[in-house]
Write a protein that binds this ligand. Structure first.
Ligand SMILES: Nc1ncnc2c1ncn2[C@@H]1O[C@H](COP(=O)(O)OP(=O)(O)OP(=O)(O)O)[C@@H](O)[C@H]1O
Length: 656
């Protein structure tokens, strides 16, 4: 380098090189001074030229002011003052001569002053634009958003928001979304830390949000039910956003909030945490009093749903029973819709689950949850969920399908379109992310493919009832321990709704024993192995249809249920004595009596199975007994031990 320039020439060249950017104001000053000589020679004494030059001077100053409207106030003023001074001097010098009166002094003082003022401005600007610059156009220029202005900013402890005015007609929000990664890179934060919200009023205005620290990086254990014993119409809390806001989903619709019932696509690659997230959501659902869950997992059997199985009304853990479940839901939709219409409901609402005015039992909400739904689709029919998803909303039914990739060869476009809500966890590629999230959510900065399986439980929720401002905001799913899930199963056994005769009836008529003899999982601490039983409720419903004619019975939800003819117990068909049916209060009293007896016998630890042995005293089902045991625990009469399903008896005096 040094050789190329030569030693002596190097210094001269260097100085010229450094001075070059500062020469234009000086050249302009000299130009104005020199131009005044011929101007005076030709134009002096011509009144028309005097008027013309004065007008031109005013017009030029006005034009400078107008042209500077998009620049900063100081630059606009500086330019206008420079043009006004130069053009006024030139006019006077042209008419009277550059040396007339004070014009010579004015020139030799004014011209260098103005030239220097521009040099100073230039030097200062270069420093501000240097490596430490951040607040003004320098940074934005660097990330491809030149001429953008920050019109408002808000800086919190871990969040900064900037409202940007893009140069109108030159840049739009699309240019910002294309540059989000560059912005993140320039700020040295992960891509998911930068998000953009378009202004609904203008494509040239956006809000950029930067959240530098990842506050979600620690596992967030589930803090417990958000609304124990409440309605499924209330929000179901599944996790937490980075600003501490609870992440909620809604299943039933709400006309007052202009919200439709939701069907969810839960997506994420292996290890992204979608199953754990699903368990947290399901556990919340199972603490509510007016919903039943039918869940399928044909791939992993009871591995995923395991701890929750006793609280699930129907668990289909293989492909034949999953097929039957789909058929049953399909058949239940028109019947449930007809029931809602009969009782004057436009769509499902919490009042539907209560006893109706004519004394008929209510109809709880139904959630059909399909783990590994890609397998179900593959092994049944491409459009297995399409039709039911489209109709289910009006029947008080929500569907949830969970899969690794909702690609075109796994899910048809129609099915995808009918599942309006997405819960997207880490995915392998941006292409995969597009199967779950709309382009505008990705453009706004959602980037689940950057997580892959390295950030389990990180997700985006784009769902009915979730404000648009949260669609591209990451959340962390709560992680539910097995103990918590078991507690939910036990503690809410009593509060949880049982299946209604309308849905049970249509399921029994449609798929028969696939439903009526479905495996019911005992509550923890009762019977160790799953057992199959048919409870009396379903049998009441099946009998008339077994004897009936044919299909038409499917469409008659209003038919009166016949008297119970007999109670069938498949497990112990012959010798069981008829149960004594007590009122709820009598049954509770019988349970308390039993507990007192256990205490008198000086038993220290008991479990639901001990009460079960005396079922004839209260004539109630296993789930009812377990619910009572939970009630004893909550009242402090029983205390949990290290062994699941075994409880220490707390003497009355201490429990009170
Ligand atoms: N919310 C969370 N917080 C912390 N860790 C989590 C969370 N969710 C999941 N994990 C961890 O990630 C692991 C994988 O999660 P999970 O089994 O739910 O993944 P998956 O997406 O369902 O995978 P697959 O499709 O193979 O079933 C879990 O065993 C757990 O250790």
């Amino acid at each position: 380098m040094r050789a190329a320039h030569g030693d002596g020439g190097g210094v001269g060249e260097y100085l010229l090189h450094r001075a070059k950017p500062h020469l234009p104001p000086w050249l302009a000053s000299a130009g104005v001074g020199l131009a005044s000589l011929p101007a005076h020679y030709f134009w002096s004494g011509q009144p028309g030229v005097t008027a013309g030059l004065t007008l031109a001077s005013v017009a030029l100053t006005g034009l400078t002011w107008w042209a500077g409207r998009n620049t900063t106030q100081q630059r606009r003023l500086h330019s206008a003052v420079t043009v006004a001074a130069a053009s006024t001097w030139f006019t006077a010098a042209s008419i009277a001569g550059p040396a007339a009166g004070p014009l010579g002094e004015l020139y030799f003082i004014g011209a260098p002053t103005l030239a220097l003022s521009w040099n100073i401005r230039q030097i200062l600007r270069r420093n501000v634009d240097g490596p430490t610059a951040s607040a003004d156009g320098g940074f934005l220029e660097k990330v491809g958003l030149a001429k953008t202005q920050v019109v408002r900013s808000e800086v919190g402890p871990n969040k900064a928001s900037f409202e940007l005015q893009l140069p109108r007609g030159e840049l739009t929000s699309t240019d910002v979304s294309k540059n989000l990664e560059r912005i993140a890179g320039a700020l040295d934060v992960p891509k998911t830390a930068v998000r953009m919200m378009e202004s609904p009023d203008s494509a040239s205005r956006v809000t950029l949000t930067v959240v530098p620290l990842d506050l979600l990086k620690n596992t967030v254990p589930c803090p417990g039910p958000s609304n124990p014993g409440g309605s499924i119409a209330d929000p179901v809390v599944v996790g937490i956003y980075e600003d501490g806001t609870e992440a909620v989903v809604y299943f039933p619709g709400d006309p007052a909030a202009a919200r439709n019932a939701a069907h969810f696509l839960v997506m994420g690659m292996t290890g992204s945490g979608k199953s754990e997230g699903g368990l947290t959501a399901l556990a919340e659902v199972l603490t509510r009093s007016d919903v039943i869950v039918w869940a399928s997992d044909p791939a992993k059997a009871d591995q995923t749903l395991g701890p929750l199985l006793p609280a699930i009304d129907w668990a289909a853990l293989d492909m034949p029973s999953t097929r039957a479940m789909v058929e049953a839901i399909k058949a239940a939709i028109p019947v449930r819709t007809a029931w809602l219409a009969k009782y004057g409901y436009k769509q499902w609402e919490p009042a539907c689950a209560e006893v109706q005015a004519d004394g008929s039992p209510g109809m709880p909400y139904l959630i059909g949850w399909f783990e590994e739904a890609a397998k179900t689709i593959r092994e049944t029919d491409d459009d297995v969920f399409t039709g039911i998803a489209q109709e289910a909303r009006s029947a008080g039914v929500s569907l949830v399908i969970s899969m690794q990739r909702a690609s075109g060869n796994q899910v048809s476009t129609d099915t995808r379109a009918s599942f309006g809500s997405s819960w997207c966890h880490g995915v392998r590629t941006e292409q995969d992310a597009r199967f779950a999230l709309d382009d505008d959510v990705l453009d706004a900065g959602a980037s689940p493919h950057t997580w892959k399986d390295k950030k389990p439980g990180y997700s985006y929720l784009v769902a009915n009832g979730v404000p648009e401002t949260f669609w591209a905001t990451p959340l962390r799913d709560y992680l539910s321990s097995t103990d918590y899930l078991t507690w939910v199963v036990l503690a809410f056994a009593e509060a949880r709704a049982g299946i209604d005769p309308v849905t049970a009836g249509v399921a029994a008529r449609t798929v028969d024993r696939a439903f009526t003899a479905r495996t019911r999982y005992p509550l923890p601490g009762t019977t160790p192995e799953p057992e199959t039983l048919v409870d009396e409720y379903e049998v009441q419903d099946i009998e008339p249809y077994d004897e009936g004619t044919d299909d038409e019975e499917f469409t008659d939800p209003e038919a009166e249920l016949p008297e119970i003819v007999s109670v069938v117990e498949f497990a112990q068909p012959t010798v069981e004595p008829p149960r004594v049916k007590l009122t709820a209060a009598q049954a509770r009293a019988a349970m308390e009596e039993l507990l007192d007896e256990f205490e008198e016998e000086e038993r220290l630890v008991v479990g639901p199975s001990d009460f079960m042995e005396h079922c004839d005293r209260h004539g109630r089902s296993r789930s009812w007994v377990s619910g009572q045991v939970s009630a004893f625990v909550m009242a402090g009469r029983l205390a949990e031990t290290n062994e699941i399903g075994r409880y220490r008896i707390v003497p009355y005096r201490m429990a009170a």
